[in-house]
Design a protein around this ligand. Structure first.
Ligand SMILES: O=C(O)CCC(=O)C(=O)O
Ligand SMILES: [Fe+2]
Length: 389
């Protein structure tokens, strides 16, 4: 692979053509060189000509506004607080708890103004019979009745399956781009994919009602917690912005036929900071149009410890990393926390029940008592704060 040790201050979000990675040759080599630079120096890209069937994508785009137009009573019936797997409907809240590079390790509260529906393909909770209590955080979703929105669940589940497959293929391209064996990141996933349950969301960003209120934002600056995010911008309404190395906010407007792909904290940590989990935000649309988006968040297996990472990158990758670190306007805090040394599933459920003690006590009482033997601790977020899956 040709070497280009020239860390770039991106002034726009680059596009990679996925089809070029699918057959050997100079186009594929060039794809991997660009991908390496993007992973280290921007952490965001558009992916065009991807493997997800556009008919399936278009169905999800059509269903997004239809779901949010369902009567409030139906949406309340599938409120996520009723789900042990934290799946379902989430009304416009004031604030939620999510990672933000604020100088502190771990999640902190940030503001958001959006309505959302979290979904996943149903997973059989029996798969985890005999496993510790924390392994029982995956399961079936809460769906609106079929007759209220015919074909909705089937369309979303088909979409989910195709994006999930793309995500594993893309993870192997990332490994290769960084000079590792294409299967190197498999250590972070379950070989039995039924034991993985990425989360996806339909998002609706209502237009601003009070432009002078700085708290009224789609979602404030944050990084995603998981491994990779595949974002479908499901309406032609801009708002997503990405922070580059110099701290400038770059617009990331919708481009037909693409996904926006970005890297999460888990990938940043297992790559020991080489891959960048980039801060991003969504500014609420000025109106009258509504912004819809569909992020798909992949994660590591529940049965790995992030702090076990020991990636054997070639020297040139470490050099690119060090060159980037010198240009960053603030340090990358990939340093392992106490929770990174625990099994990832335990860490994940701990954060979830911490942010939703009432859900912890209701759905995971044994685990909740183990984590909080003296009862719930006081929360910094509002009653319907949530963490990104
Ligand atoms: O809706 C978007 O465009 C981005 C959403 C996002 O960043 C998130 O949910 O983590
Ligand atoms: Fe995000």
């Amino acid at each position: 692979m040709a070497t280009t040790i020239t860390p770039t201050h991106y002034s726009s979000i680059p596009t990679l053509d996925y089809s070029k990675s699918q057959k050997p040759g100079p186009d594929r080599d060039a794809f991997l060189v660009s991908l390496r630079d993007i992973l280290i120096n921007i952490g965001f890209l558009y992916l065009s000509n991807h493997s997800v069937d556009m008919q399936v994508v278009n169905k999800v785009i059509e269903y997004s506004p239809k779901f949010f137009q369902l009567p409030r009573t139906l949406k309340d019936e599938i409120d996520f607080t009723n789900s042990p797997a934290f799946l379902g409907y989430f009304n416009v809240g004031g604030e939620r708890v999510i990672h933000a590079r604020s100088g502190t390790e771990g999640p902190s509260a940030i503001s958001e103004t959006r309505e959302q529906f979290t979904f996943a393909a149903d997973r059989d909770p029996k798969l985890f019979d005999g496993y510790p209590e924390w392994a029982k955080q995956d399961g079936s979703g809460l769906w609106p009745p079929e007759e209220a929105i015919p074909g909705f669940k089937a369309a979303l589940v088909e979409y989910y399956a195709q994006v999930e497959e793309l995500s594993y293929n893309f993870a192997s391209l990332i490994a290769e781009a960084l000079g590792l064996d294409p299967a190197a990141f498999e250590q972070w996933f379950d070989q039995d994919r039924r034991k993985m349950q990425p989360r996806a969301k339909l998002m609706r960003y209502p237009p601003l009602t009070n432009p002078s209120n700085p708290k009224e934002t789609g979602i404030a600056s944050h990084e995603d917690r998981g491994f990779l995010t595949f974002l479908l911008q499901a309406s032609n309404v801009a708002g997503l912005e990405v922070r580059n190395l110099s701290g400038e906010w770059l617009p990331c407007p919708p481009i037909d036929g693409t996904f926006v792909v970005n890297l999460g904290r888990a990938l940043e940590k297992v790559s020991r900071g080489v891959c960048l989990a980039t801060s991003h935000r969504v500014l609420s649309p000025p109106g009258p149009e509504v912004r819809y988006s569909v992020p798909f968040f992949t994660n590591v297996s529940m049965f790995v410890r992030i702090a076990d990472a020991d990636p054997q990158f070639p020297q040139e990758v470490w050099e690119m990393y060090r060159a980037r670190q010198r240009k960053l306007d603030r340090p990358v805090e990939w340093v392992y926390s106490k929770m990174d040394k625990e099994l990832a599933g335990l860490t994940r459920l701990t954060y979830k029940v911490k942010n939703h003690p009432e859900m912890g006590m209701r759905h995971h009482p044994v685990f909740f008592k183990e984590v909080f033997p003296n009862g719930p601790i006081s929360k910094t977020s509002t009653a319907n704060g949530a963490i990104t899956a």
